[in-house]
Design a protein around this ligand. Structure first.
Ligand code: ATP
Length: 348
């Protein structure tokens, strides 16, 4: 493929990458920090093959019009082959314009888009002036589902902006990512990681969790902030000492011989009780996953999506068939490394 470079530079004008969803194998919630009111946590984050596609290119006439259904899925067929495609969500108007002239096209997401915020902050921090840009997002990760879809898109934008501009070192990207949200730093280098602090302190693992997750989306949506609030009301957060104990145990489990696997006892989600309280239908979803053979079923992040863990992708696929097509279950295989970090340069 021939790419067009930015005039007077050897930098490309357009590029795309995948933005993978994440699942939490462990999500232990501790006290809130005095400095910023965010919860301390110990979290094992694993990127999976379910993903959005994100591209940045110079803005063209007509970009301000709402995307036609299916339009962005045709954005870049080559990129869609990097990982198996998931199920597209129902398209809805999803064009947001920044006063600077940058815009995002993201069917299925209304209102402010974290991907556009990421680009705005990157430009402000680096002084990158590239003329108005368009971010195209082919959305497949369910929205407000606890799978870090917005964070994945924001992380992808930071990676793409750094590539296209030749600006922004790792420290700055990390800082910008942490400012955008607890799940964004992980998305700068998707894969398997132990996250502590409020999610910004990451120890990356070169391994990938074995087995496969079967994701059961819900028609409900839960706000992450509301789930944390309910968790506080239910008096669930752990003490700082308990949290430190969890960090040690998880670090040992992930640091073990490859491939890393988490003992059953470390597969917990402290937000589950709060999510169940706010969205009681989650209990049925957990039962259904167990009913089709999940070794373990749990709420994904802050929910309401649920996931079942299976020994293999084949076992997860068989369970998806047993649930029936109308359940909309998605097989999500743990992934990491070059498959999810690589950037494809595109013709402008
Ligand atoms: P997390 O697990 O990171 O807390 P989530 O997976 O539960 O988040 P998201 O899909 O990231 O939820 O959406 C949370 C909110 O962010 C939604 O209300 C949505 O409108 C908004 N949002 C902003 N930008 C995006 C985006 N690019 N993709 C999805 N949602 C976005």
């Amino acid at each position: 493929m021939t790419t067009t470079n930015r005039p007077g530079t050897d930098l490309p004008q357009a590029a795309a990458t995948v933005a993978p969803a994440k699942v939490n194998a462990t999500l232990v919630v501790g006290p809130t920090r005095e400095a910023d009111g965010r919860h301390e946590l110990v979290s094992v984050m694993q990127s999976v093959t379910l993903h959005d596609d994100v591209a940045i290119r110079p803005r063209r006439d007509g970009d301000e019009l709402p995307p036609r259904p299916g339009e962005t899925e045709e954005l870049d067929p080559e990129l869609l082959c990097v990982l198996p495609a998931g199920t597209p969500t129902e398209p809805a108007a999803g064009v947001v314009e920044d006063p600077s002239g940058d815009l995002v096209r993201c069917p299925g997401v209304r209102g402010e888009n974290l991907a556009l915020t990421a680009l705005r902050r990157f430009r402000a921090a680096t002084g990158w002036d590239a003329g108005p840009l368009t971010i195209e997002i082919a959305k497949r990760i369910p929205v407000a589902a606890g799978m870090a879809g917005g964070s994945a898109d924001a992380g992808a934008v930071l990676r793409l902006a750094a590539h296209l501009s030749g600006r922004g070192d790792a420290v700055l990207l990390q800082e910008l990512a942490a400012g955008l949200g607890a799940d964004v730093p992980h998305q700068l280098q998707p894969g398997l990681a132990l996250a502590t602090g409020a999610g910004e302190r990451l120890v990356r693992s070169t391994g990938i969790l074995p087995g496969a997750a079967l994701v059961l989306p819900s028609s409900a949506q839960l706000s992450t902030a509301a789930v944390y609030r309910r968790c506080d009301e239910l008096d669930s957060p752990r003490t700082a000492t308990a949290l430190a104990g969890w960090e040690d145990r998880v670090a040992i489990a992930l640091g073990g011989p490859a491939p890393p696997s988490l003992p059953d006892a470390l597969c917990v989600n402290d937000l589950e009780a709060a999510a169940l309280d706010l969205c009681p239908s989650i209990a049925d979803a957990l039962d259904r996953l167990r009913g089709v053979g999940a070794q373990r079923s749990m709420v994904c992040g802050s929910g309401p999506t649920t996931i079942g863990w299976f020994a293999s992708a084949d076992a997860a696929r068989a369970a998806a068939t047993a649930l029936g097509e109308e359940a909309g279950a998605i097989v999500a295989v743990p992934t990491g490394g070059a498959a999810v970090s690589s950037i494809l340069e595109l013709p402008a």
